[in-house]
Design a binder for this molecule. Structure first.
Ligand SMILES: [Zn+2]
Length: 575
């Protein structure tokens, strides 16, 4: 006996067998049992999720006569009568499937409408199923419309489409619409497990998880991939073999990349990218695995209890969720997803992948990562170190009197924490108008961010933006912002920022965002402030009497370079 492909063999033949579309099944079952029948149905949803299948089951329900030939309309077609068997075998006289993608013309519809004039040959109802209905030409739609408006009582239409937006509103309004949902990876995984058990094919949990994910919401694709995997794996499914077949990436390296990015460890990022390149893995698969991991991290951050405990990746996601702030997780996710579109633009997709990683590092960190940096200074070697607190009090914020951000930071002398801020670090008088705008913008953005009025990418637009001009005479006042990054220059982000500004200022603002490389941005001012505080903290540690004494006492003691961190969140920077 020849091998029957799984997608065909396991195509659901009854509503009870349909997986993952309970809402549609429930509604249709109720309608059928209560005799509330509509004359036209529209099934929408992505490819391979069961639109044709549900149409066939509906046609059987309408025409089933039961095993004894006495049955009526039912939500549980018998599967053995003429209607049931012939619809399953795709040769029932009164059930017609027409694929508009290949038969989009007016002629086919005309033919269909002519046939609609005749009563059913053997069944109770004629059922016309038009797949990919959005591909019908306008003429064909119009020809169909009359019959849709006043169909004979024995005629039922089923339209299916992956793109309901393209179906004429006049057609939509005449159909009872059901949206079939893409299936969750776990739903596909569990169903594949039962199928493989029935087939007597051994499969490990890892391979099922990979196939469930690779199906991308389509059970049909999941079953087809399983067919391939059985052939590829010589009759059994093992994770490493299926991974190879799918060209998917093992979770460990995407995890390393996310870790390195969260540490802002540039060399670590480059080394991992190189290792992936050497293994010849597609860059798109790397971005995809990273994005999936970030999605789980975001869930862990927002709703910790919602992660699937059976998924071995959950532990990874939980751990990493603490290493990256929630808004940075969103930012990185967004960069990865958009980065996929760039992979093909360059001959070398790994160069493009590297750019995506470096782009994230080019953004200033929010410094709001969940675990607060612990000041680790002076690991003192033997004898056992006395407990000392090498914490540095916050230096009073001097944002208002900072030098222009473009000025080299080295000009700012390390300031002991207790010393008053010397006037020397203040901006030189008279203050230039550009610097005044920069200060105004920085203060405003700081306020908006602290109040939670802007977050994630909107905040990014604000901190990366440089205020170039304010025209208060215009109605409403016009504010011009320059932003270098193209992805931040979109109307949705601009509108969010504009309404946050309006709420803060108490009046509407016309915010224009134009391309440009601003020199004075809140991000740059914050970076300058962080460097200044760092220098002050280092100076304070080196001059601390206790530290000096310890260093003198224990000859092997030293202060680990780079381990000194200012203690708390800076008042002077944008949170
Ligand atoms: Zn039947």
């Amino acid at each position: 006996m020849s091998y029957v492909i799984l997608a065909r063999k396991y195509r659901p033949r009854s509503f009870a067998q349909m997986v993952g579309q309970e809402h549609v099944v429930q509604a249709l079952t109720n309608a059928l049992t209560q005799g509330r029948l509509h004359h036209a149905y529209l099934f929408t949803g992505t490819r391979g999720i069961g639109k044709t299948t549900v149409s066939r089951i509906l046609a059987k329900s309408l025409n089933c006569t039961g095993p004894d030939g006495q049955g009526g309309i039912t939500a549980t077609p018998c599967g053995v009568c003429q209607a049931c068997t012939e619809i399953d075998a795709d040769r029932y006289l009164d059930y017609t499937e027409l694929d508009a993608a290949s038969n989009g013309g007016k002629e086919e519809i005309k033919d269909l409408i002519e046939r609609a004039a005749y009563k059913p040959g053997i069944g109770r109802f004629k059922v016309f199923m038009i797949d990919e209905a959005h591909q019908l030409s306008k003429d064909a739609f119009n020809a169909l419309l009359k019959t849709l408006e006043e169909p004979p009582e024995y005629l039922k239409f089923v339209l299916a489409t992956t793109d309901p937006e393209k179906v004429l509103p006049t057609v939509l309004s005449r159909c009872l619409q059901f949206n079939l949902r893409p299936m969750a990876p776990a739903t596909v995984r569990d169903y594949l497990a039962t199928v493989l058990e029935a087939e007597g094919v051994a499969a490990d949990a890892g391979s099922l998880r990979l196939l469930g994910r690779a199906a991308r919401g389509s059970m049909r694709d999941g079953l087809s991939l399983t067919d391939q995997a059985i052939a590829y794996g010589g009759g059994r499914l093992a994770e490493d073999v299926v991974r190879k077949m799918l060209g998917s990436v093992d979770r460990s390296q995407p995890r390393q990349l996310v870790e390195a990015l969260s540490r802002r460890d540039g060399p670590g990022v480059l080394a991992t990218v190189d290792a992936l390149r050497e293994r010849g893995l597609p860059a798109a698969a790397v971005l995809e695995e990273m994005a999936l991991l970030l999605q789980q991290m975001a869930v862990a951050q927002a709703v910790p209890g919602a992660l699937d405990e059976d998924d071995p990746d959950t532990t990874d996601a939980r751990e990493l969720a603490g290493a990256l702030a929630a808004d940075e997780t969103q930012l990185l996710y967004s960069m990865l997803v958009h980065g996929r579109e760039e992979l093909g633009l360059l001959g070398d997709e790994y160069a493009a992948l590297t750019m995506v990683m470096l782009r994230y590092l080019a953004f200033p960190g929010s410094g709001a990562a969940a675990p607060a940096p612990v000041p680790r200074a002076a690991p003192l070697r033997s004898p056992a170190p006395p407990a000392i607190k090498l914490a540095v009090p916050t230096v009073p914020a001097v944002a208002a009197s900072l030098p222009a951000p473009a000025a080299p930071i080295a000009q700012t002398a390390p300031t002991p924490p207790t010393a008053p801020v010397p006037a020397a670090v203040a901006a030189p008088a008279p203050v230039a108008p550009a610097a005044a705008l920069g200060e105004r913008w920085h203060a405003l953005v700081k306020k908006l961010a602290a109040a939670g009025a802007i977050s994630a990418l909107t905040r990014e637009l604000a901190v990366q933006g440089g205020l170039q001009a304010v025209d208060d005479a215009a109605t409403p006042p016009r504010w011009l912002l320059h932003v270098e990054r193209e992805t931040l220059r979109n109307t949705a982000l601009r509108d969010k920022l504009a309404s946050a500004l309006a709420a803060e200022l108490g009046h509407a603002v016309q915010l224009d965002v134009e391309p440009g490389v601003p020199e004075d941005t809140p991000a740059r001012r914050d970076a300058a402030e962080r460097q200044r505080r760092q220098a002050a903290a280092e100076a304070a540690i080196h001059e601390d009497a206790v530290v000096r004494e310890l260093l003198a006492q224990f000859k092997t003691a030293r202060i680990v370079p780079g381990s000194i961190k200012p203690l708390d969140s800076p008042e002077g920077s944008t949170p």
